[in-house]
Design a protein around this ligand. Structure first.
Ligand code: UDP
Length: 340
């Protein structure tokens, strides 16, 4: 039995990963988070540790108790990058430095979730490659890049310990993972602006127009959470092949304009009825405030994931939207109806 600690095990990606690990049967899982409302299961091979990673002694205990640590904790919501940049830098860099040091000292394997944001505004956006593409971040005053910069520096720290010491690490770079249990609905179980999927679902549930930032011309390559989770399981299982590697995990086949996502999601929400799509254009400044900056497009090169993991993402946008809508309806429809 392999023991594995998941930092952020109560979050969107962490909760899907822990369910998949438990269904494999050969893992003892310690999930660490401040809340576990997204974890539906109690299981003999699952232990929940409630706490924040910056609490004294918490990381030391998790590293001591487990053979592998997967770090998924992050402040990874673009609306925070320019409104709480110091917190974003600490959550994504400062608070994780002790984790890296503990894994070096205790000789534990560390699988770290970084981000496709590290590529920044790099153009052309097609085929962003782990070992070849340069990073291009905006100026300091464009605080959007506080997140990418913090994540990039942590990657460089891991790389330094891997190359010049003997840290056994793998960096995963997720590209716009979406699925059930993602984020929160403002006014129901959180405040602020979530990622685009939850923003659109909120508008649909409340019967409002879907906000298209700067007209929704930006594109993202969306990967379904089940495809993402399967890739991470293979990273966990293929230790030798993945040691010291940075691996993009995304779906280049689902490169979609945001206004198209709005239309398709609205159609699925209307369950085939011919309801007009309600959309409203908002400027980025109005929606996110000063210091926001957008990414026009980002398409992953996943050749490395294909060859190291013998993996391919299979779920099209069309296939993933129905289960996502069903999940949000089941969790939020009654409250949304009550608020109207
Ligand atoms: N966006 C939008 N309407 C919203 C929320 C986001 O048009 O209600 C846009 C946002 O400007 C960005 C894209 O959707 O271009 C993807 O946003 P997301 O929140 O998923 O984060 P990102 O991919 O930029 O990290």
């Amino acid at each position: 039995m392999v023991s594995i600690g998941i930092l952020g095990g109560g979050g969107f990606l962490g909760s899907h990963l822990l369910a998949a690990l438990l269904s494999r049967g050969d893992f003892q899982v310690e999930a660490v988070d401040t809340t576990f409302v997204k974890v539906a299961t109690s299981h003999p091979q699952l232990v929940l540790t409630q706490g924040s990673i910056d609490e004294p002694g918490l990381l030391a205990g998790v590293v001591a108790r487990n053979q592998i640590v997967v770090s998924t904790t992050a402040l990874c919501n673009p609306s925070l990058y320019n409104t709480q940049p110091a917190e974003v830098i600490h959550a994504n860099f400062t608070h994780l430095v002790p984790l890296v040091e503990l894994c070096v000292r205790e000789q534990k394997r560390l699988i770290h979730f970084s981000t496709c944001e590290v590529y920044g505004k790099t153009l052309p956006a097609a085929g962003l490659n782990e070992d070849l593409s340069p990073f291009l971040l905006g100026p300091v005053a464009k605080e959007r890049w506080s997140y990418a910069c913090a994540k990039q520096l942590l990657e460089r720290l891991l790389w330094a310990h891997g190359q010049h010491g003997d840290l056994n690490f793998t960096i995963v770079r997720p590209f716009n993972v979406i699925g059930p249990r993602m984020d929160f609905i403002p006014g129901i179980d959180g405040e602020g602006i979530p990622r685009v999927l939850a923003c659109f679902m909120r508008a649909l549930l409340f019967g409002e127009a879907l906000p298209l930032v700067d007209g929704g011309r930006q594109r993202r390559s969306f990967i379904y959470v089940d495809d993402f989770t399967e890739a991470v399981l293979r990273v966990i299982e293929r230790e030798a092949a993945c040691r010291g590697q940075i691996i993009n995990i995304g779906n280049p086949h689902n490169n979609t304009r945001i206004d198209e996502l709005a239309s398709r999601l609205s159609a699925v929400f209307a369950s085939g009825k011919d309801v007009p799509v309600r959309r409203v254009e908002v400027s980025a400044e109005e929606f996110y405030g000063a210091g926001y900056d957008d990414v026009v497009e980002r398409i992953p090169d996943i050749d490395k994931a294909r060859s190291l993991l013998n993996w391919e993402p299979h779920t099209s946008l069309e296939q993933m939207l129905a289960p996502i809508v069903d999940d949000y309806r089941a969790r939020y429809q009654p409250q949304a109806a009550g608020e109207q």
